[in-house]
Design a binder for this molecule. Structure first.
Ligand code: ADP
Length: 160
């Protein structure tokens, strides 16, 4: 049978427990989940794409179904290259909705054979965003419960 592969794209600057939850839940549904770190020079990120890949790879190193890669360019091209069928996006509050809807429609226009699936975040994670985490780190707030341990350490190091 054909392998069911999902692609989970994002900035992951850095990966949070909200992202981790989505990935772990999706590994129950798919044979493989490819976490794709966008290497987009126009967005100024705290961590480089390679650092973001390293942090996320560390988190999923024991999960054989998950692979982390960086990608520059259109996500639909990555999906085709990896012979995946689905793009996963996480949905927190209604503010995510419009953006996700337009991205899903653009991607459908580009590649009608790729389906976008939106996954609701768990209530305990819906308020977590990479942006909030960076703000917390900058102000020496407690990061426990927001990000995995290795990310906490990396944030403390860069914010020193
Ligand atoms: P982007 O910059 O592409 O929005 P992000 O790294 O911020 O990338 O997020 C990647 C995906 O994960 C997006 O679909 C986003 O809505 C989702 N996401 C982010 N934080 C959470 C969370 N706490 N719970 C569930 N989904 C989330």
């Amino acid at each position: 049978m054909k392998k069911k592969i999902a692609v989970y794209p994002g900035s992951f600057d850095p990966i949070t427990l909200g992202h981790v939850d989505i990935v772990e839940r999706m590994t129950e549904q798919f044979d493989q989940v490819l976490v794709v770190v966008s290497d987009n020079a126009s967005k100024n990120s705290l961590f480089s794409a390679d650092e973001r890949v390293a942090l996320a790879s560390e988190v999923f190193k024991k999960n054989k179904k998950v692979k982390v890669e960086k990608w520059q360019g259109l996500i639909v091209d990555y999906v085709q290259k990896r012979k995946a069928q689905v793009i996963i996006r996480g949905l927190r509050a209604v503010i995510d909705f419009e953006y996700e809807l337009s991205m899903a429609n653009i991607n459908r226009q580009l590649s009608s054979n790729i389906e976008t699936m939106l996954v609701f975040s768990k209530p305990e994670y819906y308020f977590i965003s990479s942006r909030a985490v960076k703000e917390l780190a900058k102000n020496k707030g407690m990061l426990k419960g927001f990000v995995p341990k290795n990310v906490e350490l990396a944030l403390k190091k860069v914010m020193k």
